[in-house]
Design a protein around this ligand. Sequence first.
Ligand code: PGA
Length: 254
Amino acid sequence: MVGRQYVIGNWKMYKMAREAVQYIEKLVPLVERCEANIFLAVPFTAISACFQAAKNANILIGAQNMSDAKEGAFTGEIGSLMLKEAGASFILLGHSERRHVFGESDEFIHRKVIRALQDDLQPILCVGETLAEREAGETEKALKRQIFTALKQIPKEEAPKVILAYEPVWAIGTGKTASAKMAGDAHAFCRACLAEIFGKKIAGSIPILYGGSVKPDNTKELISQEDIDGVLVGGASLDPESFSKIVHHCEKKK
Ligand code: PGA
């Protein structure tokens, strides 16, 4: 357990800039003095407006994907420094929709983690097994492969800047949540992988968040697990009221 819990909203491809600002204006008073780390991963076009709207609040704004290159002839891509310029301070990397809908490989995600660290954008590395991998008893193998490929060449001193998110692919957007015990076991395994790479002390300081159909009514139970340091929320983050309820549940585990 790393202390203050993390609550990250992932809006995916939802909300125009104007709606995004209205959302933040509603959210700010609901989470004003909350002792949780609140992050919102918003669409590229809303980053700048969200950054301005959240400036004086305890909410960090970030993006959901980026290029592994610094700059260059890569039509349609977006670079880390551009995201930072717009107001992003973190980046989701390796989200299951990037891996499975857009075919991103472990190696590609690794290069993005390196790029983010070099350019001082906090990487949130998402990992998780598919339903087929879980049913074949290969959950740990899949997690180990994803974690080791993404992080094994990261210098030790950079490791504490990383946040890990365990998101079983079969639980994302499906309404099926991993049971608290199932999530807790996977988190303990992720922690052991981090310890193998960086040593126990550093591994203990890297937050590991759970994601996959997190809602206000299942947050408390998930968060009760020793190795769960917060949540990554998709659907339930789109409404400021439900997102703030999740933040309040997380705040209680300090
Ligand atoms: P969900 O999405 O909460 O809608 O399942 C989680 C995510 O995609 O990060």
